[in-house]
Design a protein around this ligand. Sequence first.
Ligand SMILES: O=c1ccn([C@@H]2O[C@H](COP(=O)(O)O)[C@@H](O)[C@H]2O)c(=O)[nH]1
Length: 272
Amino acid sequence: MTTKQLVEQIHKKKSFLCVGLDVDLNKIPEHLLETEDPIFEFNKAIIDATHHLAVGYKPNTAFYEAYGLKGWRSLEKTIEYLNTNYPEVFTIADAKRGDIGNTSTMYAKAFFEDLQFDSVTVAPYMGKDSVEPFLAFEDKHTILLALTSNQGAFDFQTKQTEGQELYKNVLAVSKTWANSENLMYVVGATKAEYLAEIRAIIPDSFLLVPGVGAQGGNLQDVCKYGLNDQIGLLINSSRGIIYASKGKDFAEAAQAKALVLQEEMEKILASR
Ligand SMILES: O=c1ccn([C@@H]2O[C@H](COP(=O)(O)O)[C@@H](O)[C@H]2O)c(=O)[nH]1
């Protein structure tokens, strides 16, 4: 999917919501555990109930890898289901990959060619040659960790290096890499106060913003400095949406939670 198509979807749905599909078998309704593939059945119901309110879906691969081969098959079925039934949505494999060049190429093939995701999250730590193999894929997006939502972000990301914070260095340097137009960045909703300075370095890039809901980040705070001319934000909520109920009404309850965020986004978009 191109960035232009993503922006069109945002305007059409009046939403820049991304639903996180982080499926934990201990948290899903019990009746689904009797089915052959509980993870896929859960995802399918959540997607069907929320697709008109969300422009993106983000399975975090950890939640699939944790269940071995069966979990990976559930991930495959989920992305196939999205691409077949809702090809207009932007898909993110939250896998946080990145390695030496030839290995990164294989990661990129896995997520872009085999699984057919639109994007994958990548850690910048190993530098340019670990990220450029992902950027080489046309109309695919590499979402680089910049300033993450967790407390540990302060251990390294905000430390001074070459006269500025490391995360700012990541933003400024990655902009110069080959095909950097395919880059997006992760900035945690819990770090909204950094967004003005982030936008000064990367005014045009899309930001994937996790951390609203369960982690306490605030949508209004993120939008104040995070929005740009193209909207430029994908706000992710995982637990806050998908675990709204553990009963048979789980999909309706998830829809209600997604609707609250979509309506808030619609108001924000209308007020610009
Ligand atoms: O900085 C980051 C980067 C990634 N994540 C991931 O996003 C979701 C958030 O889930 P919630 O349940 O809405 O808190 C999850 O997959 C994280 O691994 C992040 O939270 N922060």
